[in-house]
Every structure is written in structure tokens, then in C-alpha cells.
Ligand binder design. Structure first.
Ligand SMILES: [Zn+2]
Length: 279
């Protein structure tokens, strides 16, 4: 577990170079991302929260958000014990919450995975866990933006949040220094191993298939496809790691162009910095 705690976190690497011109409307956006850490009665969860706090992760997530995005109103960004393995954006609280139970689960999965994670040098292991948490954060940030900035979407918001997370990572993070895509694929793959459709009861199956998220396997291929379509080294690496089938890969440039167009149409006015592809 020490290895895990060590892994939380080093990353502050985003591209803070060129500021976009400020349309007048943006001067009205006074919202800020505000970091927080919860307190838990459970000793293990409190230990995890302390470790995250020592890494200033909430502060760095809030800092990156404030440096790159305009928010119409404040959002909380932080970690707390939720009593379940989860990460979510709360519309009631206007807060992105990453549960310490999720950090604990990620750590356990990573330590148990001797085939991939166990073979990584300590620093690389830490980077992968960092990247995964940032990837989770970007997904929740997508939800937060849609709600806080009243961004119109059609289709499933969960897929839009996944699109935002991939697109934001590709455009605002130096993925050669801080991997995010591969760790996310690794995590969804590990999560998918934890269930077995043929052995599920009818009730379990109904619950599972009515969930608002795409299935883990679909999320893996979607992420890999959109990343591959960006025609970047990180995108190519993600497609290889996910073993994206050729049949889907052929359509990915078009899919990424569509995601990019959507982001540049509906999210653009909220960017403080121009995305990489537009520089
Ligand atoms: Zn979501």
C-alpha cells in the first residue's frame, strides 16, 4: 500500500502557454474550482485522505481547472470517504467528489496485478496511478462543466463526459510525460474482470444493463478510438494497448473530428487556453 500512497501524485503538467482572447462574456464568468478534503471516522479511509492531502492533489486539480477553464459558478474539487467505491459530480453540492474508497480499490487492483502494474518500476507505477486519478477527474469535470456552464448536449451525458476526458487530456496535457489514457484503459479492463455476465441473475443483469454508463469494454474501445483518431503518439499507443480492432480503427479519424467539432462548438467559449490542436 505504501507504493500506492507514494503514487499520489506528482503531476502538474499541462500546457499553460497561450491565452485565448477574452470575449466580453467571459468576464462575467466568476466561478472558481475550490479544493477540499473530507474527514472520515474510518482510520483506513482517513489514512488515504491524509496521503492524498499531502500530495496537494485537490489543489493541483483545482489549479489546473482554474488555469484552463472559465466556470460560471464555483465548484468543489476534492476527496472524501463516501462509503462506496465511486467518483461523481454532485449537482446539489456543485462538487466533484473522488471517494477514498475508489483510491483504495485502485491501489488494491494495482498491487494485485502482477502481470502489468507489478512489473513497473516504482516511479512509473506512481505515474500510472496519478494518470488514472487525473483521467477520472477529467470525466467528472466534464459533468461539472455541462451542469455549471449549462452546456447543451444530446445523447448520453456519460459518453459526453468520456469524450471530454479524452479530448481534454489530448489537448491540455503532455501525455508523453504523464500517461492518462493507458491507465484509464487498464482500470476499466480490471473493472470488467470483476463481473461475469453469464453467471448474473436476471435482477443483476437488469440493474447492470440499465446503468447510464456504457459497458466498461465499450468505454475502452471508445476511448482508444477517439484517441487513435487524434493521430498522436499517445492515441496510437492507446489503440495498441486496447487492441482496437481494425474495423473500428478505420472510422476513428472521423469520430475524433466529430468529437473535436463538438468540443470546439459547445465548450470553446469556456477555454482560457486554446486547445493544442488549435494552436
Ligand atoms: Zn460520469
Amino acid at each position: 500500500m505504501n507504493k500506492i500512497l507514494f503514487g499520489v501524485l506528482l503531476f502538474a503538467g499541462c500546457c499553460l502557454k497561450s491565452y485565448a482572447a477574452l470575449p466580453f462574456e467571459q468576464l462575467l464568468y466568476k466561478g472558481r474550482a475550490i479544493p477540499f478534503y473530507g474527514v472520515s471516522q474510518d482510520a483506513t479511509q482517513q489514512q488515504l485522505l491524509d496521503a492524498v492531502k499531502r500530495s496537494n492533489l485537490s489543489e493541483r486539480m483545482a489549479g489546473m481547472t482554474n488555469a484552463t477553464l472559465h466556470l460560471k459558478s464555483d465548484i468543489g474539487v476534492g476527496f472524501e470517504s463516501c462509503g462506496s467505491v465511486n467518483a461523481f459530480y454532485s449537482r446539489q453540492r456543485h462538487a466533484v467528489v473522488i471517494c477514498s474508497e475508489l483510491i483504495e480499490t485502485i491501489g488494491k487492483l494495482a498491487v494485485a496485478d502482477q502481470d502489468v502494474m507489478g512489473k513497473l518500476p516504482r516511479e512509473q507505477f506512481a505515474k500510472v496511478l496519478d494518470g488514472l486519478i487525473w483521467g477520472i477527474y477529467f470525466h467528472e469535470l466534464g459533468h461539472a462543466l455541462v451542469d455549471t456552464n449549462r452546456i447543451s448536449i444530446t445523447g448520453r451525458e456519460e459518453d459526453v463526459a468520456d469524450q471530454f476526458a479524452v479530448w481534454f487530456a489530448l489537448n491540455y496535457v503532455d501525455l508523453s510525460r504523464q500517461p492518462i489514457l493507458m491507465p484509464t484503459i487498464w482500470f476499466w479492463r480490471e473493472m470488467s474482470k470483476a463481473r461475469n455476465l453469464p453467471t448474473m441473475s436476471q435482477d443483476q443483469l437488469r440493474h447492470f444493463l440499465s446503468d447510464e454508463h456504457s459497458l466498461d469494454e465499450q468505454r475502452i474501445y471508445n476511448l482508444a478510438c477517439w484517441a487513435y483518431g487524434s493521430n498522436t503518439p499517445a492515441g496510437n499507443g492507446a489503440a495498441r494497448y486496447a487492441r482496437l480492432p481494425e474495423q473500428r480503427a478505420q472510422r476513428c479519424a472521423g469520430e475524433y473530428a466529430s468529437v473535436d467539432r463538438g468540443m470546439m462548438t459547445h465548450f470553446r467559449k469556456f477555454f482560457r487556453l486554446r486547445p493544442l490542436t488549435a494552436r
